[in-house]
Design a protein around this ligand. Structure first.
Ligand code: KG4
Ligand code: ZN
Length: 366
């Protein structure tokens, strides 16, 4: 059995985890900074890196205690997210990982955060309080299509083996999660936007507003900024205001100005927006499964916890669809440890010059 310690600090979650053989989570701890950043309506990078510094040692200690008091000597390697992400945040994790690797002589493995999101689909958690394991699903089968939808990325990927990716398409402007966050701000729903829009949409009519499905028939790239503008136009119409640039408009929708939106059918607009995003994501994924004749589809990233997206993927695709539980869709370190394990098995190691790469891509589009 190989035990990998994973570390994740790429954005606003400080996380550590111990995973056995790339699949079984022995311990996973996530310290979220959501409350800290809520007042700014998004992640404040400087505050995020400072908070990582405060949280990382307690998170590490709790993780090791949770893994039946795993000693450093029981571990086989150390995996850490080295990009993409916020530079100051990434630096905290990478430097702590280097310090641990130096002190313990454990092998050090830098992991791509996008790849890690995808590997969340390999993980399972043993049943709590018993020695019995929930019977894990068999490992995903290649070739497969993976849709990575997070706050910073929307990548449609063909995966033919461990570490073998071909990016079929990605967003040309906003990421799917970013669109949820921006539209939520526009509607005065707060941060993070995805869960807030999903909650509003629950009571709404998704057919009330006929919103665009950008680039639906157009290759595998995505575009969400036009959809955001279409929502803005509807908000302006309900307010009886003239056309205003988005930046100016979004600054005006704060909790203080929220009463202005009273006449807006918020639930219907949230439901219509969510339906439009999901429609585009499902349609392109479906087309990719048909073109590449894959075994299955994996969903990954924060937006993969969206209930409508999960339901529609399962209902409309002709191949099995798999997605992690919500707590493994958003940022965590178990997914980093899992990725690290598969790299460890192929002999991949990093030296002391492992650097952070804020704009690291999965691979370049082919
Ligand atoms: O993967 P993640 O935790 O962080 C990044 O690496 O970006 O993703 C965060 C994103 C945010 O944009 C958040 O609004 C979105 O995931 N999100 C959701 C839902 N839960 C989180 N979007 C739609 N529906 C959800 N239920
Ligand atoms: Zn992420």
């Amino acid at each position: 059995m190989s035990l990998i310690l994973g570390l994740e600090t790429s954005c606003d979650e400080t996380a550590a985890a111990v995973v056995a053989d790339g699949r079984k989570i022995l311990s996973s701890v996530v310290a979220s900074q959501v409350e800290l950043h809520r007042q700014y309506g998004g992640v404040f990078p400087e505050m995020a890196s400072r908070q990582h510094i405060l949280d990382i040692v307690p998170v590490l200690e709790e993780t090791l205690l949770g893994a039946a008091g795993a000693e450093w000597t029981a571990l086989d390697a150390l995996a850490v997210t080295s990009g993409p992400g916020l530079v100051g945040s990434l630096l905290v994790g990478v430097n702590v990982a280097k310090a641990i690797a130096w002190a313990t002589a454990l092998p050090l493995i830098g992991v791509n955060h996008l790849e890690a999101h995808l590997y969340a689909n390999w993980l399972f958690t043993p049943a709590e309080g018993t020695n019995e394991e929930i019977k894990p699903l068999p490992a995903p089968r290649f070739p497969l299509i993976c849709l990575i939808v997070s706050g910073g990325h929307t990548d449609l990927v063909l995966m033919t083996g461990h570490g073998q990716y071909r990016v079929l398409g990605r967003t040309v402007d906003d990421a799917a999660g970013e669109a949820f966050d921006k539209v939520a701000r526009l509607l005065g729903l707060g941060y993070p936007g995805g869960p807030a829009i999903q909650a509003q949409a629950g009571g709404g009519n998704p057919q009330r507003f006929d919103l665009p499905r950008p680039m639906l028939k157009d290759g595998y790239n995505f575009s969400f900024s036009g959809l955001k503008t279409a929502v803005l136009r509807i908000v302006q119409k309900y307010e009886g205001r003239g056309r205003k640039p988005f930046k100016q408009r979004s600054r005006m929708v704060t909790s203080r100005t929220a009463p202005l939106l009273r006449r807006l059918p918020l639930a219907d607009l949230a439901a219509s927006f969510q339906a439009a995003v999901v429609d585009v994501l499902v349609e392109k994924t479906k087309r990719a499964t048909e073109q590449f004749q894959v075994e299955q589809v994996l969903l990954a990233g924060g937006v993969a916890s969206n209930t409508l997206l999960r339901q529609q993927m399962v209902a409309r695709l002709n191949v099995p669809v798999r997605y992690p539980p919500p707590e493994l869709c958003t940022d965590n370190a178990a997914m980093v440890a899992s990725t690290g394990y598969f790299k460890y098995m192929t002999g991949e190691r990093h030296s002391w010059d492992l650097d952070v790469c804020p704009s690291l891509a999965l691979t370049h589009p082919s």
